[in-house]
Every structure is written in structure tokens, then in C-alpha cells.
Ligand binder design. Structure first.
Ligand code: CA
Ligand code: CA
Length: 146
């Protein structure tokens, strides 16, 4: 599958909008990375992507990466240290469920949107939106090699 079959440029804009909306709930910063296949251990690889995207560069260490590989169907959610320090285990369960529910029906765009909004809601309690918020991490979807 081409990345553009997974998500069209038009749909991408809606996903970016969802990120903007979610980031009005929380100081957390959400990014999405899409690529074809996940090399090696999915958690280690998603962590590498997190680092490559310099997602640790947030004031409160509260960046969140939603990593998706479309050919081998991997989904990993990586939250930075600031989040892991304060949330219970299984914190991302509801976000993952929302994404997978839609992905199963091949509603990829909707899965990402639902997951992003859920992540924003989940983060709100621990990391409320600050009135002096800055957009610390780009909202555009990042993509791996095609
Ligand atoms: Ca922000
Ligand atoms: Ca952002």
C-alpha cells in the first residue's frame, strides 16, 4: 500500500487539524509518523523515530508519538519521560483501542483522528493547556522512506 492510499493529502490536513485541536486541551505535543515497515523491535524502532524527530525537545518532556507502519500493521505509542513519570501503566490503552477500532474497518484517517483526540483528553489531566502555549513540535505528519 502506498502511504497516499493509507491517507490522502486531503485526509492528512484533517489529521493535522485534529492535532491542533488536541493540543488546545493539553500542553502535551502529539506527532504522527507513518512508514511502510517497522525494522526490528517495534518499541526500539519507534523510540529511534521519536529521537530522530527530536521529540524530546519539549519543556515538560511531554511529547507523544503515534507510530504506524502500514505494511506490517504495527502501532506504537511513545510518550516522553515527563508523561511516563506521572501516568499509570496502560495509560495509552484507550488511545490504542480507538485507533485499532477504526483501522480494523480500514478507516485509517478516522483512527488517527480518534486516537489523537483521545490522547489529548487523556493528557489534559496531567498536562493541562497553558495560556502561554507554544506549538513546540510540528503538527505535520512525518513519513518514512517510500
Ligand atoms: Ca503546545
Ligand atoms: Ca504541536
Amino acid at each position: 500500500m502506498k502511504v497516499s492510499d493509507f491517507i490522502s493529502p486531503e485526509e492528512e490536513k484533517e489529521v493535522v487539524e485534529a492535532i491542533k485541536q488536541a493540543e488546545l486541551n493539553t500542553s502535551g505535543e502529539i506527532r504522527v509518523h507513518i512508514e511502510h515497515t517497522c525494522e526490528g523491535d517495534r518499541f526500539n524502532h519507534a523510540l529511534e523515530v521519536f529521537e530522530q524527530l527530536e521529540m524530546h525537545k519539549t519543556k515538560l518532556s511531554n511529547g507523544v508519538l503515534i507510530y504506524v507502519s502500514i505494511d506490517d500493521h504495527q502501532l506504537v505509542i511513545i510518550g516522553d519521560k515527563g508523561i511516563n513519570d506521572v501516568v499509570p501503566k496502560g495509560f495509552w490503552g484507550s488511545t490504542k483501542d480507538k485507533i485499532i477500532n477504526q483501522f480494523k474497518k480500514e478507516n485509517y484517517k478516522q483512527g488517527l483522528i480518534d486516537g489523537i483526540l483521545e490522547a489529548g483528553n487523556q493528557l489534559k489531566t496531567h498536562f493541562p493547556y497553558q495560556s502561554d502555549d507554544i506549538d513546540e513540535l510540528d503538527n505535520e505528519i512525518s513519513k518514512g522512506k517510500s
